[in-house]
Write a protein that binds this ligand. Structure first.
Ligand code: NAG
Ligand code: NAG
Ligand code: NAG
Ligand code: NAG
Ligand code: NAG
Ligand code: NAG
Ligand code: NAG
Length: 751
């Protein structure tokens, strides 16, 4: 008679396991596993035996976690052939096959192992892998057969999802039909073998979700799962022998699994919580609108921060404008200007994308990006190209043929993609640049005219001759020529929004040049100790507070950076270069621009990506400057051998690991107080948080810097991963006042 024990209740289902009257540690031809016994792994973490799922009367042979009170089956042998009575026996045959019998005679399931074997034994490894070992192989790690090669609905750490190309074995997950029935449903997860292989979730015969191709660090469609996860590490191998994805746990005592859920068509990752004694749902996909495969049709781009989410890629227009505007995006987008292979096409660079479906793709692991471009131009059906691996400066080549499907716009992460455009389309781009230049010149002339007018009016009012009372000293040309040494480049401080800026001219005399001149220079940084740096930080904070709050009009600087902070002879900072500043009237707190102008590394995500600027985008830039002052390193261009984070990401990591002091400029010696430094870093991290509403305003920042009151914990910073943006800065010079894509266009002109 069977003795059942109720092991667990889960929310919707419970599993009944046979009470393990005896647990054994291996099965051999002379010792089969009858129902009533179980096979247990060495460390007691997994158990193999017979179970009944949910309210089903059927019995299955399966593997489950032994040490947790929630019955969780991770593998089932006879998924489609249940045993309908209380019999059942697992046998290892003398020839090295594995057979599950009912009534002692009917084979309901077999491993079909055909390798010749001697003294085979079956063992359950600590990983949850059930392995059939040839007695001659011992612990060599060679198996006649292993359950990890035939997954059910669960991916465990160390288990490969994908292909062994030598044998043609395809390891894929198939969901249970429902919690009562482990037979395969129609929800599957597998690696698609194609030019650039990628993992795909299928709902029946429809593609349902892609994670995007692997880019050396992660999947281009899952930027939130960085490589620096503290709990997991990921691996994607693609070579002549194997193509697979695998995850492992950094702490082997944790439990984590990925499972397909047919009920709500999601792929879920759970980790076991010892505290609550339950499985915690950590992540799942698809989890948002833009995850839906091909939502925006061909050549569409899904951006969940936009309304509507679907946009045509730049250079494309809706194929059926009527349908598109009514929210039917299935027709997708077509080119504004057809490609003309012979006449010479070019490319537009797009950033932070989930790369398109790689079904029709081609890969070369050694080509450079430039060779890749050439390769794409050679073939008229090539639509786009990018680097295969984004680590370091990027390497390898992927090219796409035909329409681009399932592209998604991220705010950060993702990848660059170079999409082919006809010369006509790019020509249109050139015209745009010319228009911008002309309009900027016109605006400049109007502004200068206006300034002259005001100045002349003022001068008349004051009746001349009273220069001492005037706010700005006036120089005649000879003085200026002399002061600037006939406009020699030695005396040039920098190139500003309206032209070069020379010593003495326009600005108050700032003998000490600008902040970047000191903090990023190996020898000069020694001149500014911790006290001075704090003095400068406080000065910038108060200056910004004045602009945001105390001046009559609210002024958003929009291009705050170390090189725009000038230092006078007493090292007092002055914020300069208002070439891009905007004034806000009355209660206006934010605005939006189509033309994102500023400097990478200092721009907040909402400004760089959506053109939203507000006092909070200045606060972000301020936070970056503070971290640069403390570390003596530039945010943009920051490199660390262990990760691809920029300075913000680096500080954030160290902060989370309570090692924040390590970011300090080594030049600072011991001129500082630990608590003050930590407070500064803390405030800076609050300033660079991703969401503008989380960032403090400048009046709070000034208070925070000056007090000892407790501070809130900072959240994830914005733009903490260095993006593959154009190498040079987008300077504040209006001639280059263009968005990322247009920069590429203006560079293309030289072709
Ligand atoms: C169990 O299955 C066998 C073979 O499919 C069948 O002959 C038998 O009637 C079934 N028994 C029950 C109780 O359903
Ligand atoms: C199965 O075999 C065992 C021993 O080998 C025997 O005790 C049992 O009666 C058999 N059961 C059936 C249904 O034949
Ligand atoms: C073993 O072979 C049989 C007969 O070809 C087949 O029905 C069964 O699905 C195979 N078992 C496995 C685990 O592949
Ligand atoms: C599927 O997911 C839902 C909620 O996401 C959960 O309630 C249910 O138990 C899951 N089903 C299985 C079979 O795990
Ligand atoms: C691994 O996790 C366990 C349980 O959470 C914890 O007690 C242990 O300290 C962790 N080990 C390491 C090396 O982090
Ligand atoms: C990849 O590119 C390199 C350099 O251009 C070339 O030597 C090599 O043959 C290419 N490999 C393949 C498979 O095309
Ligand atoms: C262009 O690429 C397509 C797709 O790989 C291929 O079928 C075609 O032969 C290529 N054409 C040339 C000229 O290489």
């Amino acid at each position: 008679m069977d003795v059942f024990t109720l092991i667990a209740f889960a929310s919707t289902c419970f599993l009944i396991f046979l009470k393990a009257s005896t647990a054994i540690d291996s099965i051999s031809p002379s010792e089969p596993l009858p129902h009533g016994k179980t096979l247990v792994s060495n460390d007691g973490s997994f158990e193999l035996g017979f179970f009944r799922p949910g309210s089903s009367g059927n019995r299955y042979l399966g593997i489950w976690y032994k040490n947790i009170p929630v019955g969780t089956v991770v593998w089932v042998a006879n998924r489609v052939n249940p045993i309908n009575d209380s019999s059942g026996m697992l046998m290892v045959t003398t020839t090295g096959d594995l057979q599950l019998l009912s009534q002692n005679i009917t084979v309901v399931w077999s491993a079909n192992s055909t390798k010749a074997a001697q003294n085979p034994i079956l063992q359950l490894l600590n990983s949850g892998n059930l392995v059939l070992i040839d007695g001659r192989d011992g612990n060599s790690g060679a198996y006649l057969w292993q359950s990890f090669d035939y997954p059910s609905d669960t991916l465990l750490p160390g288990m490969k999802l994908g292909w062994d190309l030598r044998t043609g074995l395809d390891r894929r997950l198939l969901a249970w039909k429902n919690s009562d029935d482990p037979s395969p449903g129609d929800f599957t997860w597998e690696i698609e073998l194609q030019g650039n292989p990628e993992a795909v979730l299928w709902k029946g015969s429809q593609k349902y979700f892609r994670s995007g191709p692997w880019n050396g660090i992660g999947f281009s469609g899952a930027p939130y799962l960085g490589p620096d996860n503290l709990v997991f590490s990921y691996e994607f191998v693609s070579n002549e022998e194997e193509v697979y994805y695998m995850f492992s746990l950094k702490n082997k005592s944790l439990l984590s699994r990925i499972v397909l859920n047919q009920t709500d068509y999601t792929r879920q990752r759970y980790t076991w919580s010892e505290e609550t004694r339950t499985w915690k749902l950590l992540t799942f996909v698809p989890n948002e609108y833009c995850d839906k495969y091909g939502l925006c049709g061909t050549n569409g781009n899904c951006d969940s921060t936009q309304l509507p989410a679907c946009q045509c890629l730049k250079g494309f227009k809706p194929k059926s404008p009527g349908g598109w505007s009514s929210g039917d995006w299935s027709q997708g987008c077509v080119r504004n200007k057809p490609l003309n292979c012979q006449a010479g096409d070019g490319f537009i660079q797009f950033g932070t994308l989930k790369l398109p479906d790689a079904t029709h793709s081609w890969v070369n692991k050694t080509m450079s990006l430039k060779e890749c471009r050439g390769k794409c131009l050679q073939n008229c059906s090539c639509m786009a190209y990018t680097s295969l691996d984004i680590r370091g400066r990027g390497s390898g080549c992927v090219i796409w043929f035909g329409d681009l499907v399932d592209i998604r716009q991220f705010q950060f992460g993702g990848q660059d993609l170079f999409i082919r455009m006809s010369a006509l389309e790019l020509g249109y781009g050139k015209k745009q640049v010319v228009i911008i230049v002309i309009s900027v010149m016109l605006t400049g002339m109007v502004v200068i005219g206006l300034l002259c007018y005001i100045w002349i009016k003022r001068r008349r009012k004051q009746g001349g001759g009273e220069n001492e009372e005037m706010e700005l000293p006036i120089f005649d040309l000879t003085t200026i020529v002399k002061a600037t040494d006939n406009f020699s480049s030695d005396n040039m401080l920098g190139q500003g929004g309206f032209g070069p800026v020379y010593k003495m001219l326009i600005y108050e005399y700032m003998p000490n040049k600008s902040l970047d001149y000191f903090i990023f220079d190996q020898t000069k940084k020694a001149l500014i100790d911790w006290q001075r740096r704090m003095h400068i930080t406080g000065g910038i904070a108060r200056g910004l507070l004045y602009l945001h709050q105390d001046s009559r009009l609210r002024i958003i600087h929009r291009d705050l950076k170390a090189s725009n902070v000038l230092l006078d002879k007493d090292m007092n900072p002055k914020i300069s270069d208002f070439g891009l500043a905007r004034m806000f009237l009355g209660d206006q707190t934010e605005a939006r621009t189509k033309r994102v102008v500023g400097t990478y590394g200092y721009m907040s995500p909402e400004y760089a990506v959506d053109g939203h600027f507000s006092i909070k985008s200045d606060v972000f830039s301020f936070g970056v400057i503070v971290l640069e002052i403390i570390s003596g390193k530039k945010n943009r261009g920051f490199h660390h051998p262990d990760h691809n984070h920029n300075l913000l990401g680096h500080v954030w990591r160290l902060w989370m690991e309570e090692r924040a002091l390590e970011v300090m400029d080594t030049m600072l010696g011991d001129s500082y107080t630990v608590s003050k430094v930590l407070r500064c870093i803390h405030v800076a991290l609050l300033c660079v948080q991703k969401r503008p509403e989380d960032r403090p305003d400048m009046s709070s920042v000034v208070l925070m810097l000056g007090s000892e009151n407790p501070l809130p914990q900072p959240k994830l910073p914005g733009f903490y991963v260095e993006r593959n943006l154009p190498k040079e800065e987008v300077s504040s010079s209006p001639i280059k006042c263009v968005s990322v894509n247009e920069v590429t266009i203006s560079k293309l002109q030289g072709r």
